[in-house]
Write a protein that binds this ligand. Sequence first.
Ligand code: PLP
Length: 438
Amino acid sequence: MTEQLTETLDELARELDRAHVFHSWSAQSQASSLVVASGRGARVWDHSGREYLDFSSQLVNVNIGHQHPAVVQAIREQAELLTTIAPSTVNLARGEAAKRIVSHAPAGFHKVFFTNGGADANENAIRMARLHTGRDKILSTYRSYHGNTGAAVVATGDWRRVPNEFARGHVHFFGPYLYRSEFWATTPEEESERALRHLRRVIEAEGPSSIAAILLETIPGTAGIMLPPPGYLAGVRELADRHGILLILDEVMCGFGRSGRWFAFDGYGVRPDLITFAKGVNSGYVPAGGVIISDPIAATFDDRVFPGGLTYSGHPLAMASIVATLDTMASEGIVDNARDIGEIQIGPALAELAGKHAVIGEVRGEGVFWAMELVADRDTREPLPAASMGRLKSALVERGLLPFVQDNRIHVVPPCVVTPEEVADAVAIYDEVLSTAL
Ligand code: PLP
C-alpha cells in the first residue's frame, strides 16, 4: 500500500480516503475528492495551497468562520486543563456555556441539555415532549431534515426519511413553500392560511390528544431555505396551544447567527417550548448540540428521572468553544454582519443574477442563508436536472468556490463573518458559471 501512495499530501489524502474512509449520504464511488487541509474565515486551502471561498460553511455550520483565533485559543487553554469529564459532575465551563446559550433564548428558558450534535438534540427533545405531555405523536413536515438517528431520521420528511420500527408515532404534513405550493396559493398570505388549514385538518384527523409535539425547522434549511410566510409560525403556535401540543423549533441550521439573528424564530414573534441547536453554537470546532428547555418542561424532571444521557454531554472542549464562540460573536458584531450583508449585498446581488439568468427560478433567504432555485423552464418551474446541477457544482469548485448544492438549488451560505469583497468575488463566480457551464 505504502509504495503505491503518491508524493504530495493532497494525493496521499485522496489515496487514504479512497482506501479507508466510508462517506455519509454518498455512493462510495461518487464521494468527493476535494481536499481541505486548512482554513481561515471564509476561505479554505488544500495542502498545495489552492484556495477556495467556502460558500457552504461546510455543512452550514461554520458561522464564525474557520479557525477564529479566540475559539482556537479557548480550546487550547481548556485542553491544558481538562479534556474530558463525566456529565454527572459539575464543571465551570459547562455552566458558563449553558448560561451564554440561555441568555439568547426568550424569557422562561433556563436549562440546557447538551448532546453531541443536532440529531441527538432532536431525539432528546422528542423524548422530553413525550414524557412531559404523556402523549405519543410527533408531527413534522415532509420537507425537513432533523438528523440521522432513530427518531430524528423518522421525523425527517425528505428523501432520507427511513422506516424504523423503534421510532413510533411520527406523522408528516406539508409546510408552506409558495414557489411549489401544495395548496394552489399565489400569495404568501394565501400560502400561510392554507398551510395552517391543512395542519389543522391533520391535527383533527390524528386526534389532538394523541399529539405530543409539532417539530419544525424554523426555516427549513437543507430542504430549500423556505422562509415561513406571514402569520404561519404564529398560527402553528396558536394551534398547538389550543390542543396542549408542544412546539419544538429545530434551530440546528438556522440558529446562532445564520438568519442574521441569534435565533431565527426571533424574527417571527413566536416562542417555542423546546429549542434544539448544534452547528453554529460553536461552529462545529468540537462536536456539540443540545436542547434548550422551557421552565415548565424542565420542572417535569425536578423529581423524576430523565431517562437519557450521553458520555460526552457537556464535553469540556465543546463547552470552552461555545463560551468563546458566543462571546466573540457578540463582541465582534458577527450576527449583525450576517444580517447586514444579507440585506445590503447578498439579497440584491442574487436578485440581479436572477434578472440575468433565466435558469434562476427563485431567490429567497435572509442573513447568510440563501437559496437560488434553478429551473429548466421558468413557466413550468421544472427543476433543473441533476446532470446540469452536477456540471454547475464542478465548475464552481474549479473556479475556487465551495458550493452547497442540494437537489436543484445552490444554497448561498457563507460564514457570518464573510466580507463584502468575498461576496462580490463569489457572485462573480456564480455569474460566470451560470453563463458558461450549463
Ligand atoms: N436539524 C437540522 C435542521 C439540520 O440541518 C441537521 C443537520 O444538517 C440536523 C438537525 C442534524 O444535525 P447533526 O448532523 O449534527 O446530527
